[in-house]
Design a protein around this ligand. Structure first.
Ligand code: ADP
Length: 400
């Protein structure tokens, strides 16, 4: 087979008279967005389209007559002659008519991703190969970025979950720890008073306080255990429970050392409720969070440093807790307070993590409540009339 020596000066793109199927073909090739490169059986470039010039940064004249491997990075650069020879010897098509993604090399040395489709052309005694090359750098780069984003998101998600868990744990542990500290200090005061004046001995009182310390410490341990379980399994330990019992216990725990003489806490618990299949500790956490918010709301406007038991001195500070049937066999628990109501600026993101209007608030309480309630198949929502207090309701599916 003779090599066809083109004359680049006659036609910059190399479509000389012998292969020119006319101006129509040339104009199609010139306008094609893909680079079109023709090589002969020796791997020498015979034509190099305008798009190829733009893509590779070479002028046709710099490439025509030279080995096409100048447009490839290693290892294809060294292997291309071998690929061609093998095809001519065996006729086994590895790329012709198949196409694949390859790496190509621009004049400035930059390697880029490209899709290559190769066609074979037999014209008389000449045999040519035409490569159609599409620069897919942008697509590959977009895919790479998407992959990276995906990885970063997964990582962030893990960090965020860990962070949320840590915040939630801190939030939930705060209350039993504060109660433990309060009871322990109170017990010490009683003992100190007894040391100064033995007639003031009150062992029953000290014993009751220490019993509270023990109960709260166990509760803190229980919270940690449940939180860990929640994180590991992502599921909940459901048992058939009496919702009224859960409500009473949670309210008692949330009032903690506070003597509710200045806040009117009342219950309205229906007595015909079905058992609920719940994780007792988690549902108690929800009620305790709602109770804590209600008490916080009743304290608005008072000095934050004032002891809660003396600050709650207003006669119309009320919290009402109710449990009732809801929509078929569901049970609804509500905590209603007579505080100032929900601030309008937070009303539509109450349950978002980190949404708070309190100076020292973490803004995770209601977010945790929502997670727990929804994990139980229930719903949580709030109602509020400014100036007339707020009500938080949540539902739980009834049944074992
Ligand atoms: P935090 O109590 O740490 O602020 P929460 O998620 O428990 O976090 O509450 C978010 C916000 O919802 C509170 O900062 C408060 O503005 C509002 N909120 C919650 N409960 C009540 C309530 N009973 N009355 C008025 N506003 C409330």
């Amino acid at each position: 087979m003779t090599r066809h020596d083109s004359d680049p000066s006659a036609d910059q793109t190399g479509f000389d008279e012998e292969f020119d199927d006319g101006s129509l073909l040339k104009s199609i090739i010139d306008a094609a967005p893909d680079a079109i490169i023709t090589i002969d059986v020796d791997g020498l470039v015979r034509s190099f389209s305008p798009a190829a010039e733009r893509m590779f940064g070479f002028q046709a004249a710099e490439v025509i007559g030279r080995n096409v491997n100048m447009l490839m990075p290693s290892p294809d650069k060294e292997r291309h002659d071998g690929y061609l020879a093998r095809y001519l010897r065996t006729g086994e098509k590895r790329i012709i008519g198949i196409g694949r993604e390859i790496n190509a090399r621009r004049k400035d040395g930059e390697v880029f991703s490209a899709e290559l489709a190769v066609g074979e052309l037999v014209l008389g005694e000449h045999r040519l190969f035409t490569g159609f090359i599409r620069d897919v750098t942008d697509r590959v780069e977009a895919e790479r970025k998407a992959d990276q984003l995906q990885r970063e998101l997964a990582h962030l998600n893990r960090i965020q979950t860990m962070g949320e868990l840590a915040t939630a744990l801190a939030h939930e542990l705060n209350q039993p720890l504060a109660a433990i500290s309060n009871y322990a200090q109170a017990a010490r005061r009683v003992i100190d008073a007894e040391a100064a004046d033995p007639t003031k001995a009150d062992p029953a009182k000290v014993s009751a306080m220490l019993a509270q310390v023990a109960e709260q410490a166990l509760r803190a341990g229980e919270i940690m255990k449940r939180m860990r379980g929640f994180a590991q399994r992502g599921e909940i330990d459901r048992q058939p429970e009496d919702i009224n019992g859960i409500v009473r216990e949670a309210v008692r725990l949330s009032l903690g050392g506070l003597t509710p003489r200045d806040v009117d806490v009342s219950f309205q618990l229906a007595d015909n409720l079905p058992p609920v299949g719940v994780d007792r500790i988690q549902i108690q956490q929800v009620i305790m969070n709602l109770m804590r918010n209600a008490l916080d709301a009743l304290l608005v406007g008072t000095h934050p440093a004032v002891d809660i038991s003396t600050a709650l001195s207003h006669p119309d500070k009320r919290v009402q807790i109710s449990a009732a049937g809801h929509d078929g066999d569901q049970v609804r628990v509500s905590v209603r307070d007579s505080g100032p109501g929900i601030a309008p600026e937070i009303a539509n993101r109450l349950f978002d993590p980190l949404a708070t209007t309190k100076k020292t608030g973490l803004g995770v309480g209601l977010a945790i409540c929502r997670t727990i309630v929804e994990a139980h198949g229930g719903k949580i929502w709030a109602e509020s009339t400014p100036g007339e207090g707020a009500a938080f309701h949540f539902t739980l599916p009834g049944g074992e």
